[in-house]
Ligand binder design. Structure first.
Ligand code: SAM
Ligand code: SF4
Ligand code: F3S
Length: 473
């Protein structure tokens, strides 16, 4: 799974029929929702303007920044990146510069006021209008700003999903209506709106017919999914996705503890395609802090979800998000987060120091904890989770797990890489020319070693394989 706040460049691969190929460079910040949207921007502009990908901003004709405002550092990056693009525009006056994503959604016109060389400002819900915005910019000579929230219309205006390997993301809902006191997302992405279940299922079936074996259902709070027309909730959707032929694994991110119903927990007993791994952000292990964050659950309620899940799936791995140093968090309150880590045995966490976001209620709270103390807490918390993760990896050594083979190993192309259900990368020696045939298959693999960021494995031969003559492919 891509790391939170990592920045990525998106590549397109459609053959181009223009004599002179125009190029698109996209830099994406933030969460998987942004990453998904960046892929869609690339799809839309390939279809409308034949834009081909480039990983070099210098050769681009259109440069887009898909921005994130979840923490101050992420937001600060936007203007320094835009400044660098301005230098390129001086050399290439026709260059189109666009800012999309969450900072764009929050700042709107203010971006053009501060950086008049920016041609396009668009939000997460208006990215499908990029072709029209580019044309309007060319015709009018004026910067175009569209950060409205048209009710989920974007999905009706996007080209069909493209397949890049056996694993794919499918957005099932947009926005967030939870309004946690620290978070900008409800302001930048709008209220929760679900896609129609039939549209989601059609997209998954289309992906499966192109060889996708694993889908990750995406949304800020996937378990708030609701298709009222057909009376379907998130668990119903999971049941239906699980019936789609070809789909071997279902992941989702992110789910919210408040809506983690018994019905959803029970689905883990019925649906073997649901992977043994859940990302369930907790933010804090202390009830006063959780209430001040307006999270809507207590540490005990969170632990109860985990206990009930483990009763059904004893090996389930949980990853989470923590915020350290929320305003007023005392040393004792922080210790409750450490206790929760021990009680749950989290496998991974995206943990960050609290960053006050303008316009959110928590930004007005008194915050007297020194920065150095917050950093020390973050390091302690992260070290505890890393220790858990290593212990889980070590315990996998010598055992056999199903691995979805995704492609060639990054470091050694003579090897293949795949992923376990609990999201660990497994590199393994591939058997000669037949190796490519294995991509897209889910195969049992014995884990031979646990390294700090990956595992090594060896293919387990089935009795059928062993009976086959040695020269058979
Ligand atoms: N919807 C998901 C949930 O509630 O669990 C999380 C989405 S949010 C974009 C991702 C993570 O960013 C949050 O879980 C939280 O840990 C972190 N985050 C959000 N606002 C933050 C802030 N003001 N300071 C530090 N971290 C923040
Ligand atoms: Fe932000 Fe809370 Fe919504 Fe998650 S649930 S996106 S943390 S407001
Ligand atoms: Fe950032 Fe927006 Fe995602 S603020 S984390 S890009 S929802």
């Amino acid at each position: 799974m891509s790391s939170f706040l990592a920045s990525k460049t998106h590549f397109l691969t459609r053959p181009n029929d223009n004599a002179v190929t125009s190029k698109l460079y996209i830099r994406s910040f933030g969460c998987q929702m942004n990453d998904y949207d960046s892929g869609k921007m690339a799809d839309v502009l390939r279809e409308s303007h034949g834009l081909e990908p480039t990983n070099s901003p210098e050769e681009a004709d259109v440069i887009l920044f898909n921005t994130c405002s979840v923490r101050e550092k992420a937001q600060e990056k936007v203007f320094s990146d835009l400044g660098r693009a301005r230098d390129l525009k001086k050399l290439k006056p026709g260059l189109i510069i666009g800012a999309g994503g969450c900072v764009a959604s929050q700042e709107g016109e203010a971006i053009v006021k501060r950086a008049p060389y920016v041609d396009l400002v668009f939000g997460p819900q208006t990215l499908h209008r990029l072709p029209a915005l580019i044309e309007a910019r060319k015709l009018s000579g004026k910067s175009q700003v569209d950060i409205s929230f048209p009710e989920i219309e974007k999905f009706d205006h996007l080209p069909p999903a493209r397949v890049e390997g056996p694993s794919a993301f499918v957005s099932i809902m947009e926005g967030c209506s939870k309004f946690c006191s620290f978070c900008v997302v409800p302001y930048t992405r709008g209220q929760e709106v679900s896609r129609k279940a039939e549209d989601v299922l059609t997209e998954v079936a289309e992906l499966a017919s192109q060889g996708v074996r694993e889908v990750t259902l995406l949304g800020q709070n996937v378990n708030a999914f609701l298709d009222p027309e057909h009376g379907l909730d998130f668990t119903d959707l999971l049941e239906m996705v699980s019936e789609i032929p070809g789909i071997a694994r279902i992941r989702y991110t992110t789910s919210h503890p408040k809506e983690f119903t018994q019905k959803l927990i029970d689905a883990y007993g019925r649906l073997p395609k649901l992977v043994n791994h859940i990302h369930l952000p907790v933010q804090s292990g202390n009830d006063r802090v959780l209430a001040a964050m307006k999270r809507g659950y207590t540490a005990l309620e969170y632990k109860s979800i985990v206990r009930r899940l483990k009763a059904i799936r004893p090996d389930i791995c949980l990853s989470t998000d923590f915020i350290v140093g929320f305003p007023g968090e005392s040393e004792l309150e922080f210790e409750d987060s450490m206790k929760l880590i021990e009680a749950v045995g989290f496998d991974h966490s995206f943990s960050f120091i609290y960053s006050p976001r303008p316009g959110t209620p928590a930004a007005d709270l008194q915050d007297e904890t020194p920065a150095g103390l917050k950093l020390a807490r973050l390091q302690r918390l992260q070290a505890a989770i890393d220790t858990n993760a290593q212990a889980i990896s070590q315990a996998m050594v010598g055992k056999t797990f199903d691995v979805l083979i995704e492609g060639r190993s990054k470091k050694n192309p003579a090897e293949l890489m795949g992923r376990t259900e609990n999201n660990r990368v497994v590199n393994f020696p591939a058997p000669g020319q037949a190796a490519s045939r294995l991509i897209g298959q889910v195969l049992p693999m014995t884990i031979t070693a646990a390294l700090s960021h990956s595992l090594r494995g060896a293919m387990v031969l089935t009795p059928e394989d062993e009976a086959r003559p040695a020269n058979a492919a």
